[in-house]
Write a protein that binds this ligand. Structure first.
Ligand code: GDP
Ligand code: IMO
Ligand code: MG
Length: 442
């Protein structure tokens, strides 16, 4: 077992960073393959909290190579701030590698993201305002500027001039805003180039070499399956391929090289931004989950919308990502609820849907069909053995496994690295065969 892809199976914020950090203790390389600093991956180590936006969540281990792949879009200002912060905290950042082919988020992308959302008014997507949509637009229209362009001031300037001419026309004429200054951007980005130049390589060679040498590689997904540009709840999605297949494009490895796909699944569901969410709970239950689960965006601080676990959406996720096993996170948050619900179908127009309906209007308007289970009162945050969980918590996990027909390999019961229950030893055998590194102290 060499290459494993970890994706979010819902609408993001499932706890991917927390699990990647845990598994990174046993791997050689962690590779981000899509998204940008719209991602916010939290890792808690003792009393320290790390919020990672661009840097892979393996960075806390001094000997793990952390790769930002070609499919990622990079705001160098954010990247450098993140590097500085980690360095200040004593983390070794010398193992970072940045793809020469990754696209750059430019200041006009951020301006256009915000202005576009403002223009949409009530129909807005609820983006993170990080310029993600506009930068992927430029990539697809072949007018983007890549990391490698930073290394040649002449090329960078030519591309910037060309791009800015058009972007400023839109900024001024469509949005009635002040144009951006070319010299200011050029000077800033020259400085960024000096700072990150040493990390820039063709990461596809590096990653394929690692797999060839039987090194253990984790691919770290950002966002979640239902935010995927093709398979998510379009247009209320992000602009990249968040699914397991995105690895091939965003890291430059063929599909045959990937051994296993793991879905990170929150024990309930959250969503930030607009779009359909059939199991959303806007009353007491939603407030309970938000408060207990501290459901506020890592990137924007926005309160997350909360609701019950949706098996219909999860089944779709399992299929689209070809999932081999599931990691359930935040089970501890459900402690104290008298009853817990799982959505097993959608009702709309006299019809019942047990798989994702073919028209999104149905998803907006449907009524969820629930199975209800007894909850548990016990605090489970220090349990590290499946058998020691309250019976109702165990049967909740078993229900999920039965409905999805996929094993649950790990159960997270707290944000801190040690708060984990190993449910399926075989995953541990496959992934953790490699010698454990000594515990990290920072
Ligand atoms: P990501 O974007 O998928 O990496 O997830 P985020 O970091 O944005 O959001 C997950 C939040 O839940 C973070 O604040 C984590 O520290 C926290 N978290 C992760 N796993 C658990 C867990 O099992 N229990 C609790 N209570 N918190 C968790
Ligand atoms: P992680 O990796 C949750 C959501 C935004 C918005 C939509 C489009 O932390 O799970 P964008 O800025 O990407 O154009 O916004 O996608 N979104 C996320 N929601 N977690 C994320 O990342 C997200 N990244 C983007 O809220 O609805
Ligand atoms: Mg997040």
């Amino acid at each position: 077992m060499s290459a494993v892809v970890i994706i979010g199976s819902q609408w993001g914020d499932e706890g991917k960073g927390r699990i990647i950090d845990l598994l990174s203790n046993h791997v050689d390389m962690v590779v981000r393959f899509q998204g940008g600093d719209n991602a916010g991956h939290t890792v808690v180590l003792g009393d320290k909290k790390f919020k990672l936006h661009l840097i892979p969540s393996g960075i806390l281990y001094p000997d793990v190579i952390c790769v930002i792949g070609n499919g990622v879009v990079i705001n160098p200002e954010v990247l450098i701030a993140e590097l500085d912060d980690l360095e200040k905290k004593g983390i070794n950042i010398s193992n970072l590698r940045i793809s020469c082919n990754a696209h750059l988020v430019m200041p006009y992308h951020i301006v256009l993201d915000k202005a576009g959302e403002h223009r949409l008014g009530k129909s807005k997507i609820g983006t993170t305002h990080k310029g993600i949509g506009p930068v992927y637009e430029d990539k697809a229209s072949r007018s983007g500027i890549r990391i490698q362009d930073l290394l040649d001031p002449k090329i960078f300037r030519t591309k910037l001039e060309e791009s800015l001419k058009f972007k400023n026309a839109v900024i001024e004429k469509v949005y009635n805003m002040e144009p951006l200054d070319l010299e200011e951007i050029f000077t800033k980005y020259r400085k960024y180039a000096d700072r990150i130049e040493k990390y820039i390589v063709d990461t596809s060679f590096l990653t394929n070499k690692a797999i060839n040498e039987n090194k253990k590689v984790l691919f770290e997904g950002a966002q979640g399956t239902l935010l995927d540009i093709d398979h998510g709840t379009y247009p209320f999605v992000t602009s990249s391929s968040t699914i397991s297949g995105g690895v091939c494009i965003g890291a430059g490895v063929g599909p045959g090289r990937i051994d296993e796909a793991i879905a990170i699944t929150k024990a309930y569901v959250t969503r930030v931004g607009s779009g359909p969410f059939p199991t959303e709970e806007e009353g007491d239950i939603g407030n309970y989950l938000r408060k207990k689960g501290v459901e506020y965006g890592t990137t924007t601080g926005r309160p997350r919308r909360c609701g019950w676990l949706d098996i219909v959406a999860l089944k779709y996720s399992v299929m689209i990502n070809s999932i081999d096993s599931i990691v359930i996170t935040k089970l501890d948050v459900l402690s104290g609820l008298k009853n817990i619900k799982i959505c097993t179908g959608y009702k709309h127009g006299g019809k019942i849907y047990s798989s994702l309906p073919p028209h999104q209007t149905i998803l907006h308007k449907c009524e969820p069909i629930y199975e209800e289970f007894k909850g548990w009162d016990e605090d489970i945050s220090t349990v590290n053995n499946f058998g020691e969980l309250p019976e109702n918590a165990r049967s909740y996990i078993e229900k999920i496994e039965g409905m999805l027909k996929v094993p649950v390999s790990l159960i997270s019961v707290g944000a801190e690295r040690s708060r984990i229950i190993v449910r399926d030893e075989s995953l541990v055998q496959r992934l953790f065969k490699q010698k454990r590194r000594s515990a990290l102290t920072v």
